[in-house]
Write a protein that binds this ligand. Sequence first.
Ligand SMILES: *[C@@H]1O[C@H](CO)[C@@H](O)[C@H](O)[C@H]1NC(C)=O
Ligand SMILES: *[C@@H]1O[C@H](CO)[C@@H](O)[C@H](O)[C@H]1NC(C)=O
Ligand SMILES: *[C@@H]1O[C@H](CO)[C@@H](O)[C@H](O)[C@H]1NC(C)=O
Ligand SMILES: *[C@@H]1O[C@H](CO)[C@@H](O)[C@H](O)[C@H]1NC(C)=O
Length: 425
Amino acid sequence: MADNIEVLASAPLLLRERRKSISLMLVRFIGVVLLAVATFYLFVGNFSSWTGSVKNVNKQELVKNSRPLMKELGVKEQQYLKQEVCDLSVGKWIPKPEGPLYTNETCDYMASYTNCLKNGRPDSGFLHWKWQPNGCDLPPFDPLKFLNAMRNKSFALIGDSVFRNHARSLLCLLSVVAKPDEIYHDRTNSGIFYYSEYNFTIYDIWSPFLVSYKLEKNLPDLELYLDVLDSQWTKNYDKYDYMLMSGSHWFYRRAIIYENNKVIGCHYCPDLELNNIATDVPYRKALELTFKFITTSEHKPFVVLRTWSPNHFEDGEFSGSRICNKTEPFKEGEINGDPADLLMRSLEVEEFEKAAAIGEKNGLRIELLDTYHLSLLRPDGHPGAYRNYHPFDGGKKNVENDCIHWCVPGPIDTWSELLMKIVIP
Ligand SMILES: *[C@@H]1O[C@H](CO)[C@@H](O)[C@H](O)[C@H]1NC(C)=O
Ligand SMILES: *[C@@H]1O[C@H](CO)[C@@H](O)[C@H](O)[C@H]1NC(C)=O
Ligand SMILES: *[C@@H]1O[C@H](CO)[C@@H](O)[C@H](O)[C@H]1NC(C)=O
Ligand SMILES: *[C@@H]1O[C@H](CO)[C@@H](O)[C@H](O)[C@H]1NC(C)=O
């Protein structure tokens, strides 16, 4: 068993499922390995995710899918994986003397809970790392090049608070060259930003599930409708030239699940007499429905799916407290992802592969912005305690930490560098 644990522990090293650089077979294989990791944790590991919802993962499914182990990966495949093929999602963080393009003084789009320096975060080393992908270069974000390429275009950014975190980082990067007018704003804080000089429109769309949901004060629980897409993003679909979407940690939340207007079960409701639905099931269905809509629509934007954003909660000094206070990146092999996060990412890769293959036949471009692994190596990129203004003032202890969102500026800026490389080669 010990050997298998060693081997499984190295699984993240092999996360390089870029469509063009690796055969589909290998991709599936790695997906299975990730499932095996998840299974291992389910049966052997004693862990709790930040919502405790991992317990709901369908164990039988996992066992069924987890037969091949990493040791079965042939010598040839292992050598291939070590080759210097250009793969944006695999590489290492290297020191970078220069700081970010913008600061909290030049950009005011960041949400207060991500404005780490203003909130008093004492270390700034986390601003001085550059992502170096294997076998290719990742140029720094070039706001002028980006805006010029986006002349007369529109870009929709769709997701939850982590997506908005990224959207704000992108607005900050662009603010070095131009500042947009916010021409629309609604109660979900969705907005439309217009760069008049470039006739470029950014749709910032709050849609944490991609499918429809109800969250109201008079409802005891969040309700999720797996067969209805969220009109927040579909209503203007014909206007998007580019679209970046992302899954969300909201799928970890307790929710009553509907299909065809009937309750089919519940995720994370031990107190209710309902069919228990695992976390990954609703997310997979939401992605399937989303991709079905995209691949069957007349309109054909350039679609990018961003992979899961990993959390870095670890145990704090006080019982029950969970923190993230690291100040440096991890090196390869120093961290294994949270099995719940890994499971979500692996299903994203699977659904993406299916959709991209269909898209290719229909003249529709679908790409994967695979930020999971490079983000996993950045435990130092979260606000942690500095989600609040000067959290330790007055000798406060045991303060709440945010180990999900990312500091702005911070490693999340790198996501836009990758996005640029994918969208404007
Ligand atoms: C920016 O951050 C610095 C700390 O680096 C802080 O002193 C300053 O108040 C912040 N300014 C704004 C406008 O957030
Ligand atoms: C943008 O649209 C205007 C008006 O239709 C046109 O004159 C211009 O050439 C377009 N620019 C680009 C880069 O497509
Ligand atoms: C802006 O871009 C749209 C296409 O997205 C085009 O129809 C329109 O003419 C452009 N307007 C200007 C002022 O260039
Ligand atoms: C992080 O928190 C732990 C537990 O509270 C503490 O022992 C450690 O010194 C902290 N590290 C940093 C860099 O603040």
